[in-house]
Each structure stands twice: as structure tokens, then as C-alpha cells.
Write a protein that binds this ligand. Sequence first.
Ligand code: ACO
Length: 329
Amino acid sequence: MALKRSKITGVGKYLPDYVMTNEELEKHVDTNDEWIRSRTGIAERRILKDPDKATSFMATNAAEDALKDADIDAEEIDLIIVATVTPDYLFPATAALVQKRIGAKKAFGFDLSAACSGFLFALSTAGSMIESGRIKKALVIGADKMSSIMDFTDRTTCILFGDGAGAVVLEETDEDEGIVDFVQYTDGDENCTLYQPAGGSLNPATEETVKNKMHYIRQDGRTVFKKATEGMADVSLEIMKKNNLSPDDVAWLVPHQANLRIINATARRMGLSEDKVMININKYGNTTAATIPLCLYDWKDKLNKGDKIILSAFGGGLTWGAIYLKWSK
Ligand code: ACO
């Protein structure tokens, strides 16, 4: 049987214009630029200020940008997956709103909730459907309006996140390129180390849930930091070993951008030098499902056909994983 793989043929992004600096956050909470930079690597992040615009708006813009880059029409798309934890509505899916707006008439779509690992899980899902031969072209979008669930009076979380969207077009190929392998994990977080307590069916919105700030992100930062550092480093090394990749073989690490210290620890464990690691957390903060496609976008002019790339993420769920792909554009 002929080899069937899926390859990225277009990359797009959307970032809101408004830049929120660390200095601006100093006005809201007891923090400072030096603390934020040294503990996280973040200098500024983008915030979607317009109250009438949400995740689907950013996802649609990123999708259109990716379609243009791939030079294909929306009507050719079979599948749309939007990875997000900040959908416009609990239902309908953000993917349905995107489908309508871009005019992807024959596509089906759904949202995928795997927090910061969402884009990876969505990419491997769409890739597997293409490899099965059932579909040919997919749009995979990571988009989050994190400012909609951030408590700007909580200094332990509000400094970390930003808004943004990234998208890729995935198409079938019979060459030895594109997604080669993935390793992914979930470990149900019964202790709720990272979650949004209300808004779901357990704690629907009430006066009480609003008063108790239960619609905002809550996390045990130290625990998440420790687990993320171990998880991302372990899974990145695992996929290298599984595919007999030495540090010299790997052209790029595309890590989820949660904390510069987590990224550096992962790169060290993989034996990679700094110049092989995509880092833009300084400009955008943690945009949750959007960090990895935003890196691919920012680095796309530096990528060469055949480059061996490891994508790696850890997030709420808990979820984590890595994808090995050969760049194909
Ligand atoms: N400004 C100033 N001081 C602060 C701030 C702040 N914004 N936030 C916390 N502090 C204080 C704490 O109160 C604490 O003070 P204390 O020692 O008097 O108690 C001190 O700084 C150290 O706090 P720690 O929580 O130990 O700081 P740490 O070095 O762990 O950094 C951080 C905190 C940045 C949240 C880190 O734990 C982290 O990045 N965790 C991962 C969280 C994450 O990225 N989650 C996102 C989703 S999951 C993912 O994407 C991987």
C-alpha cells in the first residue's frame, strides 16, 4: 500500500492589535516587570479589547490567512477543528461559526478541548483522518481569548496569558514528509490543579459563582510548573528515542509557550542548543491552544523542506504530547 501522510501546506495567524505590557499590569496588581520577565520570560501580550469579538473572530482570521498561504479555496476543506478552552459559546462549536464565515461549504467541524495541548491533539486527529483516506484537506486552528477568563486582580494568573489564534492547512501527501509520529497523554486532574470552576454543568452560572470568581482560571502554579517541566521534557525525549532522532537530527523544537523556564528545561533534556528552539513567549505570553501555530507562523521563512521538527506541549486536563513532523513546504 502506498504511504499516506498529512502535511502542512499553509500557516496563518491572528493577533489583536492591543499590546498589554508588564508595566500596565503593575497598575492592576502587586507585581513588576522584573518579576514577570525573570519568572516567565513574558514582556507583553496581546488582548482582544473589542467586547463584540471573541475566539471565533480570531480563528476565522487565522483560517483565512492559512488558506491564502496554502493557496486553496475554503470550499476544498473537508474538516475544521478548533482547539480552544474559550469557545464563543459552550455550543454551537466555534468550528461551526468558522465554517460558515469562511464559506467551507462541504466541511464538517468540531471543537477540541485539551487546553494548552489542544493544537497538538487537533493536529494528530486531523492528520490521522487524512492518513485513513477518509478526508483530504483539513483546517486545524488553535484559538483562545484567554482574557475572557482571566482575573485581572489575581497576580498569580493574570500575568501569564494572552489572546491569539494560529491555523494550519493540512493536506494529504504520499511522500515521506509531514506528520511522521505522535505521542500523547491524558491524566485526569481530579485535584483541579488547573481549571475553570464554573460555567459547565457542575457549576452553572449563578450569582454565587460570579461573586466567588468561579468563571476565571484557577491554578496551583507550582504544581503545574513541576508537572509541565517533567511532562514536556519526557514526552519530547520519548518521541526522539522512538524515531531514532539524535539532537543533531532535530532542526527545530516548537514548544508550547507557557514559561521560558519550562521551554529551556525541555530543550536541555533533548540536548538541543538555544538556536533550535522557537520562542515568542516574550511577545505574546501563553495563548493556550495558539502558541504552537503562532511559532510556526513566526518562523515559517526559516523552515526548509525536510527539516525534522518536534512540536511539544503540556496543559490542563492534564494533557501532554509531542508530534514529529518533516517540514514539507
Ligand atoms: N508578581 C510578583 N510576585 C508574585 C507574582 C507576581 N505576578 N505571582 C506570584 N508571586 C509571588 C508569590 O506570592 C510567592 O511569594 P511568597 O514566596 O512570598 O509566597 C513568590 O512570588 C513565588 O511564587 P511561586 O508560585 O513559587 O513562583 P514561581 O517561580 O513558581 O512562578 C508561575 C509562578 C510563573 C505561575 C510558575 O509557577 C508557572 O509558570 N507555572 C506554570 C503555570 C502555567 O504556565 N500555567 C498555564 C497553563 S499550563 C501550561 O501552559 C503549561
